[in-house]
Design a protein around this ligand. Structure first.
Ligand code: ZN
Length: 227
């Protein structure tokens, strides 16, 4: 019998590649998208498409409305800024407070319910080096916590958090995805994407994605609003 895993799937470039990696390692993949009231609603449609594309065993969307907390340009009335090369070392306003901590908790509960001892998350420490919840130290601490937190783990099963993209550049992620058969045309990364999934081309997420395709020498299939 194949091992089951949970894949946190936002529908963007990184999480989609992460699903492709999990598939290539022969897991039964249960994809999980979180509807947290994000401004870019079209990413939820994208996660559904991507899950179907990779023939995942199931796709679940769980609602946890983080607009009640706010504090981010993705969940409050704060404008999404254009990428600014002078601010690359700062944590941007699109950072969502404690997002991965919360999402991984939901994924952990879901994992225990379906008997999965593995979770895949597409965190990346290269482009978003300032995001505290994308760092190795955080993931290691979280995995340790997970092994203390659940009935399945206390009864002796080891829980593992897989972060196959953590050390890769955007270009390396794209090359890996292309090798594994990802169609990036169905993914949405833009923080300001319109209802139809068209990207703004100027936010941080668009900036790194665009640059990644250039550096990887792969044709960028993203649909941009203005070019
Ligand atoms: Zn954008």
């Amino acid at each position: 019998m194949k091992k089951k895993c949970i894949v946190l799937l936002s529908g963007g470039l990184d999480s989609t590649t992460c699903l492709a990696v999990a598939k290539s390692q022969d897991y039964d993949c249960y994809t999980l998208a979180i509807d947290y009231g994000q401004r870019h609603r079209s990413e939820l449609l994208s996660s559904q498409r991507v899950s179907e594309y990779f023939n995942a065993n199931d796709h679940k969307v769980i609602n946890i409305d983080l607009r009640a907390i706010g504090g981010s340009a993705l969940t409050a009335d704060i404008e999404v800024p254009d990428h600014d090369v002078n601010k690359e070392s700062e944590i941007p306003v699109t950072y969502v407070p404690a997002r991965n901590t919360m999402f991984m908790s939901i994924a952990l509960g879901y994992a225990e319910t379906i008997g999965a001892n593995d979770m895949f998350i597409g965190v990346n420490a290269v482009d978003y080096s300032g995001y505290p919840d994308c760092r190795k130290e955080f993931i290691q601490a979280y995995e340790k916590m997970a092994n203390l937190a659940t009935k399945a783990q206390v009864e002796g099963q080891k829980f593992t958090i897989h972060t196959p993209l953590i050390d890769l550049t955007k270009a390396e992620i794209i090359k890996l995805g292309v090798e594994l058969g990802v169609d990036y045309g169905i993914t949405v990364s833009c923080y300001n994407a319109d209802e139809d999934g068209q990207a703004c081309g100027v936010c941080d997420s668009c900036y790194y994605r665009k640059q990644g395709f250039k550096d990887a020498n792969v044709k960028d299939p993203t649909r941009y609003l203005h070019d």
